[in-house]
Design a protein around this ligand. Sequence first.
Ligand code: SF4
Length: 414
Amino acid sequence: APSPPPTRHHFSDPAEVEALRGKLLAWYDRCKRDLPWRALAATEPDADRRGYAVWVSEVMLQQTQVATVIDYYNRWMQKWPTLQALAQASLEEVNELWAGLGYYSRGKRLQEAAKKVVSELGGHMPRTAEALQKLLPGVGRYTAGAIASISYGQATGVVDGNVIRVLCRLRCIGADSSSPAVIDRLWDMANALVDRSRPGDFNQALMELGATVCVPKAPLCGECPVKQHCRARCRKLFGKPAPVPDVEDCGVGDCPLCPPATEPWDSSLGVTNFPRKAAKKQPRAMRTATCVLERRGCRGGPEYLIVQRPSSGLLAGLWEFPSLPLAQDLQEEKEREVLADHLQAWMGQPVAAKGLQFIGEVIHIFSHIHQTYVVYSLPLDGDVTLDPACSPSRWVTWEEFHASAVSTAMKKVL
Ligand code: SF4
């Protein structure tokens, strides 16, 4: 099919694209943050190690701030400097190191994929975005593009949240930025824009611009290296869409990239009119009763009982205090009773509901769940035999608890 004529949402002038690449790369060379994975990607001579180093960083950075990731990344690369080392790790070790970083399935999938590279691909990372996405479980289009461009110099673009924001602003894309039509167009744009001789640096520059200058709420347009190419800024300064030579005006109301007619440009928002997203779904509310069982350990200090979660689903394989999801409208007395029954199954002996001491509530927000932990405590006298037929369980000291693969929510509970 013939391509549609260029509109104000396109980069249709090759000279402009060349200028934008040059300005962005020069800014990146001057202003980029020193990050451990960048140093490794730039200096590591072994291609497989380079790909692995970038892969780990990209997985950790999904949904997590750079400042939080740095320490986890350094510890991870120290413990498992190669794919081969990671392939030999246990899930328990991976969960322990990952504890506190959130979205725990990321670590698990990374380790499973490392095993596959070692056992099925001879220990060698695939070298192109297409092969990375096809052969490595858990590696999606973005991560594949990032590894291939940064580690192997493939001229392929990337689209993440930062790139979406920058491109939508540069080209006044105001349709729902999570819609397939917009996402497809942004990938086309990223692939067309990427610098052919420095693709990895270009992609990182675009993401860095989104992370440090073209930020969501108060972008620093005055300091932006590509402000002359930004149509959102132009619109803000001149109050109407800038006339663009040689491009078609968007048809009113039927352009798939313009803001919907029902939500036109809002001059009080300026460049932050872009990008736009469909309203987020409200997180699901859940209540879970959890009980901190405490006994006196052999060295005199307190010990706590933790049990392991199932190996799939939310917080898979992590350890927690014995917990039980509750119906939303249970009375407190009833909550105690169901929790006491649940504990009885672990301990193989009757547990009196009135012995459970209510401590308080802990709220923790997962990406899609608003979780309230209703926290009880139960001090125990003497020894307790745990039923081995139930999930794995163990007694831990305070220090051991913090070194275990436990979620941030459970640390709050303790
Ligand atoms: Fe973002 Fe402003 Fe730069 Fe445009 S000029 S890309 S809105 S920081």
